[in-house]
Design a binder for this molecule. Structure first.
Ligand code: FMN
Length: 146
């Protein structure tokens, strides 16, 4: 199986921690993955992407993701990529997980193939975000070509 780029959007570290847990679990399953904590589109060269992002402001992307989004906007096609998005957000906001949704929409507009619907994690849930993400991870692994 090809390596996976794990692309992180995180301002205060929660989404980053979730991404690190997902990386560790993938590696324990013998799946190679590369963590991009300051994502640079030119470095995300694998065909399979797992994007993990929080949401800020009125549904905005975290700051560290902005250069990646800008580069993505300037790209003609992403048709050779497959992706899934995990969002970490707070349902007290009307713009619950909007960054995750917007990221999936942007990638689809660029021709990338969405493997699974956006997994929206709510920090208001009693479960820890990383536990919810780890429970979801097998679905992502199953969606990858063997
Ligand atoms: C100023 C501020 C604005 C936020 N805006 C949103 C929002 O619009 N939608 C949402 O779902 N969550 C929002 N959140 C919640 C964060 O996305 C959530 O706390 C997340 O766990 C932060 O992850 P991070 O530490 O990786 O940045 C906001 C949090 C703060 C502090």
């Amino acid at each position: 199986m090809q390596a996976i780029d794990i692309i992180v959007g995180s301002q205060m570290g929660s989404a980053e921690y979730v991404a690190e847990q997902l990386l560790e679990s993938l590696e324990n399953q013998g799946i190679n993955a590369v963590l991009h904590e300051q994502p640079d589109l030119s470095q995300c060269t694998n065909s399979y992407w797992l994007l993990v992002t929080s949401t800020y402001g009125a549904g905005d992307y975290p700051d560290n993701l902005l250069p990646f989004i800008e580069a993505l906007n300037g790209t003609e096609t992403m048709a050779d990529r497959c992706f899934s998005v995990v969002g970490i957000g707070d349902s007290n906001y009307d713009t619950f997980n909007h960054a995750a949704n917007n990221l999936a929409t942007l990638l689809k507009e660029k021709g990338a193939k969405q493997l699974l619907e956006v997994k929206k994690i709510d920090v208001q849930d009693p479960e820890l975000p990383e536990d919810t993400a780890l429970a979801w991870l097998p679905q992502f692994v199953e969606s990858l070509p063997q």
